[in-house]
Design a protein around this ligand. Structure first.
Ligand SMILES: C[S@@+](CC[C@H](N)C(=O)[O-])C[C@H]1O[C@@H](n2cnc3c(N)ncnc32)[C@H](O)[C@@H]1O
Length: 294
């Protein structure tokens, strides 16, 4: 029996057209991620020479979880962390398995992820809510840590989601974000980068990627006291190079089983391909881990 007292109250949520796109995308495409990660990590990995096996995707994907966990620098006997855009709860389960003192709240827009994610979370002190991460029902100043892994891009790393992270964090708590960002404004991207950027935003239902300097500036304006921005593109690259193999494997599996490929699965495959193309343009794109302290 889990004991988790949740510091949140129910609030009305905003509905927008792009919210519908995101929900539709994840209702159809979440299943595909079983192929990407048996632990249901819906993100890229972090490679460390001698620690993670570059041929075993999940070892790198779970290392990303570990890197985020370490940056939170949690202490105290009862700590609670919010995962903004938690997917199937892969990161939540990783954190709760390695830290028995921790409780977690995840939020996602996808009812499928809420249903299936909560089913897998039954043995743990965690819960997933169907809420918008720009406007959660989590109480102010209540979280020891806040994370967002490859999720805040759906709102273009907007001020609204960063502000929400700040609001729910306790003073001294850390918000850790791991994601791809632009190194320059979209109008300054080279033509190949521009094309792959537009395509991956369309196919993954992203509002856009934040420009890293602007996001750092916004975090300062919101009130975060210390902000550490680390580019980890080369650590992430070995998992990005799994993309073409995963795409071919996924297509072959469905072909042999005579399963039709759903439209959102095609979008997912195309966007994954464009993420590989973008990953090759390190002058325009970078993968960063941002740690911001309230
Ligand atoms: C690529 S998945 C990443 C999931 C998870 N962080 C992981 O790394 O496994 C993006 C997630 O962001 C969620 N998301 C996107 N926009 C959201 C919003 N406005 N509010 C809450 N969740 C959102 C999606 O529902 C999805 O769960």
């Amino acid at each position: 029996m889990k004991t988790l007292s949740l510091p949140f109250k129910i609030k009305k949520k905003k509905t927008t057209a792009s919210r519908q796109d995101i929900v539709h995308f994840y209702e159809e495409a979440t299943d595909d991620y079983f192929f990407w990660s048996k632990d249901l990590n819906m993100h890229f990995g972090y490679f460390i020479w001698g620690k993670t096996n570059p041929f075993k995707r999940d070892s790198m994907l779970n290392e990303m979880n570990e890197q985020i966990y370490q940056r939170l620098q949690l202490s105290g006997n009862h700590r609670i962390v919010a995962d903004l855009g938690c997917g199937m709860g892969g990161t939540i389960r990783h954190f709760l398995k390695r830290d028995r003192l921790l409780s977690m709240i995840g939020v996602t827009l996808s009812p499928f992820q809420v249903r299936e994610g909560n089913r897998m979370l039954r043995p743990y002190k965690g819960v997933i809510l169907e809420e918008d991460y720009t406007q959660t029902s989590i109480a102010s100043d209540s979280m020891d840590g806040v994370i967002g892994i490859e999720s805040l891009c759906h709102s273009g790393h907007s001020k609204e989601c960063l502000r929400e992270g700040y609001r729910i964090l306790k003073k001294g708590g850390k918000m850790v974000i791991a994601d791809a960002f632009l190194k320059k404004t979209p109008d300054k991207l080279c033509s190949v980068s521009h094309y792959s950027y537009q395509s991956l935003c369309k196919d993954w239902s992203l509002d856009g990627l934040g420009v890293i300097n602007e996001v750092e500036e916004n975090l300062k304006r919101i009130g975060f006291s210390t902000i550490k921005v680390e580019e980890v593109s080369l650590r992430v690259a070995p998992s990005v190079f799994h993309v073409p193999f995963a795409i071919v494997g996924f297509l072959l599996k469905n072909l042999f089983k005579e399963n039709p490929i759903k439209p959102q699965s095609w979008n997912n495959l195309k966007a994954s391909f464009y993420s590989l193309i973008s990953g090759l343009h390190l002058k325009d794109f970078g993968y960063y881990i941002i740690t911001a302290t309230k």
